[in-house]
Design a protein around this ligand. Sequence first.
Ligand code: FMN
Length: 191
Amino acid sequence: MTSETERPAHVLLAVSGSVAIHRGLDLVRELDRHGVDVTVLMTEAACKLVRPLLFQAMTRRRVHHDLFSAEGEDPYDHLAREADLMVFAPATADLIGRLAAGLGDDVVTTTALAFSGPRILAPAMNWRMWEHPFVQRNVGVLRDAGYRIVGPGEGDLACGERGPGRLAEVEEILAAALEALPGKPPRPGSH
Ligand SMILES: Cc1cc2nc3c(=O)[nH]c(=O)nc-3n(C[C@H](O)[C@H](O)[C@H](O)COP(=O)(O)O)c2cc1C
């Protein structure tokens, strides 16, 4: 039996319905390579873009995407208590708005409300959405509430235009996550 301090780091990765969702898979792989346990939470829109099974196969853990299908368990309660860090990547304009409003209307936002540890948010969207005053206001609310905002970067966007809104590089999100997990040992056997 390992003590609390010997337990490997455990990250809750919340994935929302962005075209950059495939980079969430890269992030899972990198966190895993660094010996971090990852449990993925998906919004309904994320599940329309990628099947939860893919994240489940990569994490070897159950993926939580339906608040009301949890067989006898409250993911938002026990996961929020167990995890060391919550990472929202990619974070859509919609998810950012719901988090900033303090809503708990799905498994991601409800868990976010129940979680009191460090939080990292990596936005991804079209540059017009990113520059929208409501989105900027919502990001400001989350920053003021202690969320670390990583990115977005500038460059070619899925819409075919260039500008700010590109999901930060996976290495950048990974570095922020590892920085937020001080003193946590990697899972035995990882490198
Ligand atoms: C193919 C596709 C890609 C999308 N990419 C983005 C995106 O990168 N960023 C964003 O804010 N919304 C994006 N959207 C719109 C969101 O999926 C939509 O606002 C949805 O309601 C978000 O829900 P969620 O925040 O619960 O995941 C995309 C929609 C589609 C169909």
